[in-house]
Design a protein around this ligand. Structure first.
Ligand SMILES: [Zn+2]
Length: 77
């Protein structure tokens, strides 16, 4: 199963479909280009995603796809 190590030491496993730690999102600019009835697969391809660590609540944003390293966001205390 695909996995990555969070900075807190927790292992994020993201092989499940659907994946409970994965969130998909699309910018308003990109969504504005979507017209009419939407094919869910096509919309999915345009989405970016982030993972949430269930231990420390860090977010790992893949702004440029899975090929590039994710950006880490740490919640304030
Ligand atoms: Zn973590």
């Amino acid at each position: 199963m695909p996995k990555m190590l969070c900075s807190c030491g927790n292992i994020l496993r993201f092989g499940d479909i659907p994946c409970k730690i994965q969130y998909n999102f699309i910018s308003d600019v990109d969504y504005d280009k979507v017209q009419g009835l939407v094919d869910s697969e096509e919309l999915y391809i345009q989405m970016k995603m982030f993972f949430v660590c269930e231990e420390c609540k860090r977010l790992w944003f893949f702004w440029d796809g899975f090929d590039k390293p994710p950006q880490e966001y740490v919640p304030s205390k």
